[in-house]
Design a protein around this ligand. Structure first.
Ligand SMILES: [Zn+2]
Ligand SMILES: [Zn+2]
Length: 78
């Protein structure tokens, strides 16, 4: 049980970052809340849109992710 998913009212899986449904499975990517290179290999992961995932890594370094942005709540404030 190391996977988090957030369900919408219709039980459709939604992206935790933008809150929109995933739609097609193609555009989903898995984010490690603690970057793998920072010891998060067996830590929590969360599925999100490719574009939302890319935004996280374009905005934050792995160090910032590990120190300050290791929860969905924090990432949502970006
Ligand atoms: Zn999204
Ligand atoms: Zn990631």
């Amino acid at each position: 049980m190391s996977k988090m998913s957030i369900m919408s009212k219709s039980d459709e899986p939604c992206c935790p970052l933008c809150g929109r449904p995933f739609g097609t499975a193609r555009n989903i990517s898995r984010h490690h809340l603690i970057p793998m290179s920072k010891g998060g290999k067996k830590g929590l992961t969360v599925d999100m849109h490719n574009i939302c995932h890319r935004k996280i890594h374009a905005t934050l370094t792995n160090r910032e992710l590990k120190l300050n942005y290791f929860t969905i709540e924090k990432l949502q404030q970006l």
